[in-house]
Design a protein around this ligand. Structure first.
Ligand code: ADP
Ligand code: MG
Length: 317
C-alpha cells in the first residue's frame, strides 16, 4: 500500500441536483476528482448513481448545479459539460457490441466514426482505406492491452461475457478519453472473470502512478459504479457513497430531497503483487454498509465525508 495520486483537478461536480417529474433523485452532489484518480461510487439501488454518470457524460444535464472537466489541452480553468464529448467515455453493464463485426472491427469503428464523415469515406476512398488500416492496427494494440491479443478476429457470439466487456472497454478507451465511467461493468460476470477484470483496472491505475512518478500526467481518471464493496475498495483509491438516507430533517424538510454524498473516504491502493485479503477491508466495508445502505442510519450529512481532510487534498469548494 502506498499513498494515492497527488491532486490536479480532472472533474468538478458542484451542487448537482436532479429529479424526474416531482420525484427528487440527486440532491446537492458536490465532488472534485483528481487526475488519475479511480473513484468507486456505491449506493442503494435507485439512489441515482447512473443518473449522476449520465450527467457527467452530458447526455442528461442536471436540473441544478454545474459539472466541469479539465481537458489537458485546455488550461486550468476547466470546461463546462454541456453535452457529450470525446474527453469522456462510458461503459455499461450490458454493453452491446455490433454482432456482425469482429473484436478488432468493433474497437476500430469508434475511431472511424469519430474521425471520418460519410462524404470523406465516399469521395476520398484511397485515403480512407489507409486510415482504416491504421485504425485497425490501433484497435489491435488496444485489444492486446486488455489481454485480448488472441481474440482479435472473434465475433461477439464467439466470446465469453468477460471478453465482450473487455472489447467494450477497449472500444471506449481507444478514443483516449481522459475520464472513463463504468456503470456496474462487471455485474453480469462470474467471480473469476470479474477478478480478472478488476486486476486489469488495478494495472491501469498503476500505469497512472508510474506516469506521475516519472514526472508525467496520469492519463486516465475513472469512476466505477459497483454494488460489490470489496470491488469498490480494491479498485478505487477513494470510495464515495451516495444515499438518500441522511439526516435531512435537520434542514427542516418534510420529504427526502434526494440522494447526496454521505460517505467519502480514501481506500487502500493495491498493486498486482499484493494479495487481495478482503478481511483487511472488513472495517471499511461495515462502515460503508452502515452509513450508506441502512435506512436507519441518518447520520449528519458530512460526518463521513472526510476524503479531503484524510488525503490532504484541497477542499472541494
Ligand atoms: N428517465 C427516467 N425517467 C423517470 N425516472 C427515472 C429515469 N431514470 C431514472 N429514473 C429514476 O431515478 C432514480 C435513480 O435511478 P438510477 O440513476 O438509475 O439509480 P441507480 O443507478 O443508483 O440504481 C430511480 O428511482 C429511477 O427509477
Ligand atoms: Mg444504475
Amino acid at each position: 500500500m502506498s499513498p494515492s495520486i497527488l491532486p490536479s483537478p480532472a472533474l468538478d461536480i458542484q451542487g448537482v441536483s436532479h429529479g424526474f417529474g416531482a420525484k427528487p433523485v440527486l440532491h446537492d452532489v458536490t465532488l472534485r476528482l483528481h487526475r488519475g484518480q479511480f473513484l468507486s461510487l456505491v449506493g442503494p439501488s435507485g439512489c441515482g448513481k447512473s443518473t449522476l454518470l449520465r450527467a457527467i457524460v452530458g447526455t442528461h444535464p442536471p436540473r441544478q448545479g454545474a459539472i466541469r472537466t479539465f481537458p489537458m489541452n485546455r488550461g486550468s480553468e476547466g470546461v463546462a459539460v454541456l453535452g457529450p464529448g470525446r474527453d469522456r467515455g462510458i461503459v455499461y453493464q450490458q454493453y452491446s457490441l455490433f454482432p456482425f463485426l469482429t473484436a478488432r472491427q468493433n474497437v476500430a469503428i469508434g475511431l472511424m466514426l469519430d474521425e471520418t464523415g460519410i462524404p470523406f469515406r465516399f469521395f476520398r476512398w484511397p485515403r480512407w482505406r489507409r486510415l482504416r488500416r491504421q485504425h485497425l492496427r490501433q484497435a489491435e494494440e488496444m485489444l492486446v492491452s486488455v489481454r485480448l491479443g488472441d481474440a482479435l478476429d472473434l465475433y461477439p457470439h464467439e466470446m465469453s461475457g468477460g471478453m465482450r466487456q473487455r472489447v467494450a472497454l477497449a472500444q471506449a478507451m481507444i478514443l483516449r478519453p481522459e475520464i472513463i465511467l463504468l456503470d456496474e461493468p462487471f455485474g453480469a460476470l462470474d467471480e473469476a472473470t470479474r477478478q480478472d477484470l478488476q486486476e486489469m483496472l488495478v494495472d491501469l491505475y498503476q500505469k497512472n502512478r508510474h506516469a506521475q512518478e516519472s514526472g508525467g500526467m496520469p492519463s486516465l481518471t475513472l469512476i466505477i459504479v459497483t454494488h460489490e464493496l470489496n470491488e469498490a475498495i480494491y479498485v478505487g483509491d477513494r470510495v464515495v457513497g451516495l444515499s438518500q438516507y441522511w439526516n435531512w430533517r435537520a434542514d427542516g424538510h418534510s420529504a427526502c430531497p434526494g440522494a447526496t454524498v454521505v460517505y467519502d473516504k480514501p481506500a487502500p491502493v493495491f498493486d498486482l503483487r499484493t494479495q487481495r485479503e478482503f478481511e483487511r477491508f472488513a472495517a471499511q466495508r461495515n462502515e460503508i454498509r452502515h452509513v450508506v445502505f441502512e435506512p436507519s442510519s441518518q447520520y449528519p450529512r458530512h460526518q463521513h465525508v472526510t476524503y479531503d481532510q484524510e488525503s490532504g487534498a484541497p477542499a472541494n469548494a
